[in-house]
Design a protein around this ligand. Structure first.
Ligand SMILES: [Cu+2]
Length: 575
């Protein structure tokens, strides 16, 4: 069945092919045929026309990512690429790095209750068939794709996390993820959630555009060309990197998939083209496996308007820390003289430089010569401080406004034993059966759920507070802590001991900060299922820096009812 499918064209005709190419034929497809059709029609009817190649004059040598609609197929296969001049086999979505932009849009739906019509805000409907066509035996041949930041409200089974919410997709198999991003807009990404497979390349942007963006008046341009991905890149497959004891050192930094490595050729750098006088919404995405980046643009300030899909009160900085998994939208006004300016992403690793174009891309004003910038960085007078971030519209933290006084209070202490990480002295190991399947099969108590000591059972409809004291026992920080299934209020941020319950930032990936910090987050258990909480440094996750928040289903027993048969089939084919 898969042999007829080689590479996919970008475009809307894909939607029409979905049913035929989705999960292998069985009763599920027939049962869900109407739903498929609904997804297809809805999603294809409001698609913005996807851009082809832009005017590809010499000023824009970096083509924008190719785009896919939310109803699509995502083919995962191996290909040799050389994004920094060094050729290696990679594990890629759509054969490109970063993977294609999945471009969705917030929609409104009209519903009728009796004869009264209500216009309700709805997220886009996603129907993404992931096809595993991996063949390179030097890297994992199984796969699993997670949609980072999408809450998967009542669709935990579609979260794409191997060993937590599903069995991996076997070689030459496929899996259809159907979910709604209810009430979600903004900047997201997708990546492999199997071992450290995303370090081998399986990572790409996902954006839900908002026609009613409250910040729409602050910028003029927001399209494929204004997405800026920051990532590390390795010359060895992650299977080799995982044998390294201690910290893995990346070979290069890629901005929009291009970069250079020390001692390497002068391979092309990404060029971001701007028109003098316009204001750009740059969507900066931390696609990294390990390093955190300090992102700057010579001569230009940045006004933050979004963090992890949450609109913020605008705040202007001249440098921006972007940890693995984090996203920011920043407005940059192209109000400087027509010229070239360095865009810089310097990691917190030791001995990093900009020599020879390392860790850099180019901001090129229309009319500037096609050459390297001569700009210099700084001075830096508007530093980022997470305590300055507030969600737009002031969304208070849930629960009693005092640390330790939520309904459920968990203190998770990160540590390490030998070459593994621990949380409360337990190092996470992948369970033999996915946690969701365990919960479905009736295991009711934390003691019964595997992996032992790593699953925290949470009652429904309660306020949960998690404190993350940084004792210095877990090396290799700053650790970005990511929770699946939720945004959380960061009631105490890194670098600040004073809690904020009134107008905290809400997000899904937060820095654990430095030694002495004690970050606290809060969320409400309104989304049943097992949700991974882990360090987003992929090597740390792979070494056990994770726990599972198992939200029970006592009061909503029917939410598992619509798990497709194909989900169960994955477990019979991938062992
Ligand atoms: Cu970590």
């Amino acid at each position: 069945m898969l042999t007829s499918f080689r590479s996919y064209p970008a475009g809307r005709d894909l939607a029409l092919r979905l049913d035929a190419q989705s999960n292998r034929g069985h009763a599920f497809r027939h049962r869900r045929a109407h739903l498929h059709l609904l997804y297809t029609l809805l999603a294809s009817s409001f698609l913005a026309p996807s851009h082809g190649a832009p005017d590809s004059g010499p000023l824009l040598p970096s083509p924008p990512p190719f785009t896919l609609p939310p109803v699509t197929q995502l083919s995962i296969f191996n290909k040799v690429i050389a994004p920094d001049g060094f050729a290696r086999s990679a594990t890629l979505a759509g054969g490109v790095f970063p993977g294609p932009l999945i471009k969705a849009q917030k929609v409104r739906a009209n519903i009728f209750i009796h004869v009264v019509m209500f216009s309700i805000s709805k997220g886009d409907l996603f129907s993404i068939s992931v096809l595993n066509q991996l063949q390179d035996e030097n890297m994992p041949l199984l796969t699993s794709v997670h949609w980072h930041g999408i809450h998967q409200l009542k669709t935990n089974w579609a979260d794409g996390v191997a060993f937590i919410t599903q069995c991996p997709i076997p070689q030459y198999g496929s899996f259809l993820h159907q979910f709604s991003a209810l009430n979600q807009t903004g900047t997201y990404w997708y990546h492999s959630h199997l071992l450290t497979q995303y370090c081998d390349g399986l990572r790409g942007p996902l954006v839900i555009y908002d026609p009613e963006d409250p910040h729409r008046g602050l910028y003029d341009v927001d399209d494929e060309t204004t997405i800026i991905t920051l990532s590390d890149w390795y010359h060895d497959p992650s299977t080799q990197l995982n044998k390294i004891t201690g910290r893995v050192i990346y070979d290069s930094t890629l901005i929009n998939g291009l970069g250079r490595h020390p001692g390497g050729p002068k391979s092309p750098l990404a060029v971001i083209g701007v028109e003098q006088g316009l204001r750009y919404r740059f969507r900066v995405i931390g696609l990294s496996c390990d390093p955190s980046y300090n992102f700057t643009i010579d001569g230009h300030n940045m006004t933050i308007i979004e963090a992890d899909g949450v609109e913020t009160v605008p705040v202007t900085v001249d440098s921006l820390p972007v940890l693995p998994g984090q996203r920011y939208s920043v407005v940059v006004h192209a109000d400087k003289p027509v010229a070239n300016y360095w865009v810089r992403a310097l990691s917190t690793f030791p001995n990093q430089t900009f020599a020879g174009g390392l860790n850099q891309a180019i901001l090129r004003y229309n009319g500037a010569p096609n050459e390297d910038p001569t700009s210099s960085s700084g001075p830096f007078v508007l530093p980022f401080d997470e305590a300055m971030l507030a969600s737009f519209g002031s969304i208070p933290a849930p629960g009693f406004p005092q640390i330790g006084f939520a309904d459920v209070n968990l203190n998770l202490v990160a540590g390490s034993v030998k070459d593994r990480f621990t949380l409360n002295n337990v190092s996470f190991q992948n369970p033999p059966i996915s946690v969701l399947l365990q919960m479905l099969s009736g295991a009711r108590h934390p003691a019964e759920l595997l992996p032992k000591g790593s699953v925290y059972e949470l009652p429904p409809n309660k306020v949960v507070e998690i404190t993350l004291p940084n004792t210095g026992a877990a090396p290799g920080g700053p650790h970005p802590i990511h929770l699946h299934g939720h945004n959380f209020a960061v009631v105490r941020v890194a670098g600040n001991s004073t809690p904020n319950f009134v107008n905290p930032i809400w997000r899904d990936t937060v820095s654990m900060g430095d030694v002495g910090d004690n970050v606290a987050i809060r969320f409400v258990t309104d989304n049943p299922g097992p949700w991974f909480l882990h360090c987003h440094i992929d090597f740390h996750l792979n070494k056990g820096f994770a726990v599972v928040m198992a939200e029970t289903r006592d009061e909503i027993p029917d939410i598992y009812a619509n798990i497709p048969a194909a989900w169960y089939e994955l477990c019979s084919t991938s062992d």
